[in-house]
Design a protein. Structure first.
Length: 229
């Protein structure tokens, strides 16, 4: 006796798919941290959408693919994949790209999204001059690219030379450019003593630092001869 296979469930799924509006794949890629400290962990989450459901997304960095796994979901139009990096280092910093496609997507144009993971760093230490007289003013500017909660108490200016050892300076409240996660600290020296010739260093959390050398001299005073009468 031959039993006809029950194809009702399969036909129902096919009819439901036909009733759906086909939609090309789209991709979103986010990170729980845009900027990380070395040895910090961070999580990348890639969400793909489309009808029919796109392929499992592929995460790419430096030309290498990292296969991701979709978490189970009741939504047949969306798939979410996550990957966790437990310790950020030079090998994990950089630009990540997540891509996928479905049968509606162009073969050579899969949907993709990119994100850059950067490290906490002092991006710039600048000065208006490195050689000056003691009756002039010098302005030192330090930019720290960091997290939104950069602790200003961990930012420090110091000076050192062979004669005076290390001297620290009080730090005024830094200016924060929150849109770019940049903290700017300015150290202004008015009429600096020649004893301050040496190395000025901007440090954050005792692990990040940049330095610049200043040379300060006393201005030469020209003596005029008394007029002859």
């Amino acid at each position: 006796h031959f039993t006809q296979p029950d194809t009702s469930n399969r036909m129902e799924r096919e009819n439901r798919l036909k009733r759906q509006t086909l939609q090309a794949s789209s991709t979103d890629l986010i990170s729980d941290k845009a900027i990380v400290k070395k040895r910090d962990s961070f999580i990348l989450t890639c969400t793909v959408r489309g009808v029919p459901l796109p392929d499992v997304p592929t995460l790419t960095k430096d030309g290498r693919d990292v296969r991701m796994v979709c978490s189970s979901t009741q939504d047949t139009r969306k798939c979410t994949s996550t990957i966790t990096y437990n310790s950020a280092d030079d090998g994990t910093l950089g630009t990540y790209k997540c891509s996928t496609k479905n049968i509606v997507s162009a073969v050579d144009q899969p949907s993709s999204a990119s994100i850059e993971i950067r490290d906490l760093q002092i991006t710039q230490l600048s000065t208006n001059t490195t050689q000056l007289f003691s009756n002039e003013t010098v302005v030192l500017t330090c930019e720290v690219q960091g997290l939104p909660d950069v602790n200003e108490n961990l930012l420090e200016w110091s000076h050192s030379n062979k004669g005076r050892g290390i001297q620290t300076f009080a730090v005024n409240t830094p200016t924060t450019v929150s849109d770019y996660f940049v903290v700017i600290s300015v150290l202004t020296l008015v009429n600096p003593s020649p004893d301050l010739s040496g190395t000025f260093k901007c440090s954050y959390d005792q692990v990040l630092s940049k330095s610049v050398d200043l040379f300060i001299t006393v201005p030469v005073k020209y003596l005029t001869k008394p007029s002859m009468r």
